[in-house]
Design a protein around this ligand. Structure first.
Ligand code: RIB
Ligand code: CA
Length: 322
């Protein structure tokens, strides 16, 4: 079977790191390049982190490109409070040997899609959508050429908290709602793994110990990362509930859902329709995503994960990494 050729657009980021480890380990995924964006931490740090993560997993041959350093219209938003000042929970990944590329991430995305055959390359977007929207606007021809656009983002809970960053908005969308609006409106063949799906497949203490017990470098690093974020999230549970934010029982494996989805789509249940984004910065619902059933069906919005199968699938990848 042909490999899935992918560009991963990311803001590493603890769960981004787990997702990148999985993508490097999976024999059915060919990472053409990693593009980084402002999100969990500043874009210079996300670029540096991506190079460090590749090097740590003995994949320093993967090309990394720095992208947009600020959202299209709103102010810069980061999430050091959960991912740490360095974006990787202060863990020691060592120094990357590779030097930083001077090619902009948006140009890499455009050049790669335009030089590939129609629907040969997919994009896995696990950070704010600034790079993707900018690429769409700069070269609209890429939109129909992308095979699949798999996005971790948004929240569609109709009963209960709809966001993890505000009561109405999930981080990747809230960090750049205007970019998300462009991507969801213009994109084709979009699969969305929203906040509520990632929160179904969280890493609890027992799961973290399974990773640690593998006694493999990347598995132990993943355990350390998840343990550090769980230390911050667990005490926040009641506060998040009180603030009507969607609380987390452990560290939600948000971004790994997007990588799993391209190789094992059957792990997720979804419905077809389109998605609108609230782009009114004066509204309390700024960044809120809404599912629209109807004639426009460019989005598959997932709502359920096969938890046990997914969590086992993630562990399989770490057995393939040193
Ligand atoms: O809301 C979860 C998303 O925001 C994930 O991509 C996580 O890495 C953060 O960027
Ligand atoms: Ca992310």
């Amino acid at each position: 079977m042909a490999k899935h050729k992918v560009i991963i657009d990311t803001d590493p980021g603890v769960d981004d790191c787990i997702a990148l480890f999985m993508a490097m380990a999976n024999p059915d995924i060919d990472i053409l390049g990693i593009t980084t964006v402002n999100g969990n931490v500043k874009v210079e740090q996300t670029e540096y982190n991506a190079r460090r993560i590749c090097e740590y997993a003995w994949h320093s041959g993967i090309k990394v490109f720095q992208g947009c350093d600020h959202p299209l219209k709103r102010s810069v938003l980061n999430a050091e409070w959960i991912h740490g000042e360095d974006g990787l929970a202060g863990q020691d990944f060592g120094e990357p040997a590779n030097k930083k590329s001077n090619v902009h991430a948006v140009d890499f995305i455009i050049d790669t899609i335009m030089s590939s055959t129609e629907r040969e390359v997919s994009i896995i977007a696990i950070g704010p959508l600034t790079n993707i929207a900018t690429a769409f606007l700069k070269e609209p021809k890429i939109i129909s050429r992308i095979n699949e656009l798999i996005i971790m983002g948004g929240g569609f809970n109709e009963f209960g908290p709809r966001g993890n960053t505000t009561p109405y908005a999930e981080f990747n969308i809230y960090a750049d709602p205007h970019a998300a609006d462009i991507v969801f409106n213009l994109g084709q063949r979009i699969t969305i793994l929203p906040m509520e799906v990632g929160q179904q497949v969280y890493a609890d203490h027992a799961y973290i110990e399974k990773l640690r017990d593998m006694n493999l470098r990347c598995a132990k690093m993943a355990a350390n990362l998840l343990e550090e974020t769980a230390k911050k999230l667990t005490p926040m549970y009641d506060k998040m509930l009180a603030a009507n934010l969607s609380p987390e029982l452990g560290t939600s494996l948000y971004d790994p859902c997007a990588v799993a989805c391209i190789v094992r789509p059957e792990l997720f249940s979804g419905k077809y329709g389109s998605v609108s984004v609230n782009t009114d910065s004066r509204s309390e619902k700024f960044g809120m995503t809404t599912f629209l059933a109807g004639e426009k069906r460019n989005c598959l919005v997932t709502y359920k994960a096969d938890k046990e199968a997914f969590l086992a699938f993630v562990l399989e990848h770490f057995r393939l990494l040193s």
